[in-house]
Ligand binder design. Structure first.
Ligand code: PGA
Length: 256
């Protein structure tokens, strides 16, 4: 199966208006391969600015807007929360769900993550479902069981067919923001396991799901990681805050 590459920037709680502007300017100069989709996920307050700048610069097609969280309900008395429909109205297309920081710092369980994926899909957003093991879990040879336990509740909630509209990001927790990257071989082996786990439920769907690698991906290591058969792109944190570095990653991605 030929899959499009997705390079997604996860700014976390970083960045400001001038980074939004610089990123848009930087993206203008980029000659992106048609098979590559760039997604920028700034914090909520910058979504509108990003959308406006991108419109002015005519970049809506090559760069799409994403965000980093969504509530599992469509509307209601949830002070401080943001619903999928609101995001949709602000031209958001992708939403990162289940990032390890949300799981560990905000106690998001895999069941809650599954509900968020379901609500996002209902609103027409594409979830970027994050999964990943801790260092201790990898050392104890629990990687595959941890990843299965993170994916299974989502399959139970939405059904495997809906994975056709889901992006999965494998982000080993020990590699996030640490400068320690999974070796290309290790990342490929784990991505292959994830694809096989999905294929055990539905091979045709598994073949379509873009699998992104995240965890200290940067300009220096992206080429080897992105060259792996089951790595279809990246979810980039730290390196996405540096426009020039992020541009290198985007132009390294080839897609099919
Ligand atoms: P990192 O973050 O690239 O800074 O490791 C990736 C992420 O948390 O999505």
């Amino acid at each position: 199966m030929k899959r499009r590459a997705i390079i997604a920037a996860n700014w976390k709680m970083n960045g400001n208006l001038s980074l939004v502007k610089d990123m848009i300017d930087g993206m203008q100069e980029l000659q992106l391969n048609d098979n590559v989709q760039v997604v920028i996920c700034p914090s909520f307050p910058y979504l509108a600015a990003f959308a406006n700048f991108a419109q002015t610069e005519n970049l809506q097609k090559s760069i799409q807007l994403g965000c980093q969280n969504v509530n599992e309900n469509q509307s209601g008395a949830y002070t401080g929360e943001v619903s999928p429909d609101m995001l949709k109205e602000c031209t958001v297309k992708y939403v990162i769900i289940g990032h390890s920081e949300r799981r560990s710092l905000f106690n998001e369980s895999s069941v809650l993550v599954a509900k968020k994926v379901a609500t996002a899909l209902e609103a027409g957003l594409t979830p970027i479902l994050c999964i990943g093991e801790s260092e201790a879990e990898r050392d104890n040879a629990q990687t595959n069981s941890v990843l299965s336990a993170q994916i299974k509740p989502v399959i139970d909630e939405i059904g495997i067919e809906k994975f056709a509209d889901v992006v999965v990001a494998y982000e080993p927790v020990w590699a996030i923001g640490t400068g320690k990257t999974a070796s290309p071989e290790m990342a490929q082996e784990t991505h292959q396991f994830i694809r096989q786990f999905l294929a055990d439920n539905n091979a045709e769907i598994a073949d379509k799901v873009p699998l992104l690698y995240g965890g200290s991906m940067n300009a220096a290591n992206c080429e080897q990681l992105l060259a792996q058969t089951d790595i279809d792109g990246g979810l980039i944190g730290g390196a996405s805050l540096k426009v020039d570095e992020f541009k290198i990653i985007c132009s390294t991605a080839k897609g099919y």
